[in-house]
Design a protein around this ligand. Sequence first.
Ligand code: MN
Ligand code: MN
Length: 457
Amino acid sequence: MTSEELFYDRKPAFDRIDEKASNEYAEGYKKFLDEGKTERDAVKAILKMADKAGFKAYERGMELKAGDRIYKVNRNKAIALAVIGNKPIKDGIRLTAAHLDAPRIDIRTVPLYEQDGMAFFKTHYYGGIKKYQWLAIPLELRGVVCVCKDGKTQTVEINIGANENDPKFVITDLLPHLASKQMQQKMVDGIKAEGMNILIASKPSDDEKDCKDKIKLAVIKHLNEKYGMREIDFLSAELSCVPAFNACDVGFDRSMVGAYGHDDRVCSYPAATALMDLNETPDYTSVCLLVDKEEIGSEGVTGMQSKFFDALMEDLCGGLTGECYENSICLSTDVCNAYDPNYADVSEPRNDARLNCGFALMKYSGARGKSGTSDASAEVMATVRNIMECAGVPWQTAQLGRVDQGGGGTVAMYLANRNIDTIDAGVPVLSMHAPFEVISKIDLYSAYLGMGAFYKS
Ligand code: MN
Ligand code: MN
């Protein structure tokens, strides 16, 4: 055999992919990114697509037959979609699991205050962010406020900043002229979380001559007129600031997409669309699970550790899930780091995924001595590898940088703990968790093809 046959050589996939189809697919993805900047908005966008693709809301006790397309939404923040297969469900499912939440700046429960001629929102960052990246960029406000009035509650949606003519919000940064002390600090100390207050207004109200917080009054009056809110209603709100710029192409060759929230919508979107695009009934029931709260540990009622998934599977199995789970395979589809020559010293050039080299299969993630990972078995890695090979999907291996450099985890372990064979797979990302992350279009399309092949296998 020749060296070419014997060596593992990671190669860009431009010669193995339909670039026109890949570029077209990226256009749909960009629209999804702009619509779905929070998990609630992403669920809404997925629902719209599912509706068009013939999926129906599942209700407990519903009779299901092969080919049926169903979905179930978990509290507006997570969703499971399924196409019922030809084989009985106890033979196992083909499951993809991705997350819809992304790092962002959440608004606190008592956020509104006025100081020295300006009004601000207090914030609490969500997920692992480098704080300095979120200063001096345009932000939009998204979320819901559950207004309580006369013993009734009403949910009001807020979305300000997404449209071109909308006002934006911002966390101010210190001018370099006065930053000499700040610049000497360790990066982790340079920006304080309690200093990340969002500038929201500067004009005082004309009413109430004696009110000492006239700018705050003007803001709350505006919110009251527009949304029926009083200050106390922030307590029952979920409001977040996310970057107020839309997805766009990156590079002279437009080979990449830059956007907020690729992690993990760059896996959620192909997981969902590959399922919707199944044109034949698969052998195994195919399930796409899109969850919330991954960025803060997968806890909570809408996270991967919630029993929502098990409850749905019990319904589909007509009782116990044991046999179904042990026969199932899961692709935990989440982003991985793309090798970045600008930061080569923390990367492992042989093992890290590369931009444009395809859908990235990751045997394990974790930190230090593989802590916090499920570490897929050789057998299941081989099964998934074969599925990719047989379908001609460009794929590559991935790891999370140099050993002992840091680390991280995905939802994989929570699925593996349920006795489901699980491997990590995803799309390589540059500047992960930054307000503007970058991915390659052919990696995105490879993920779509890979997940389609997996559902069909
Ligand atoms: Mn992720
Ligand atoms: Mn993440």
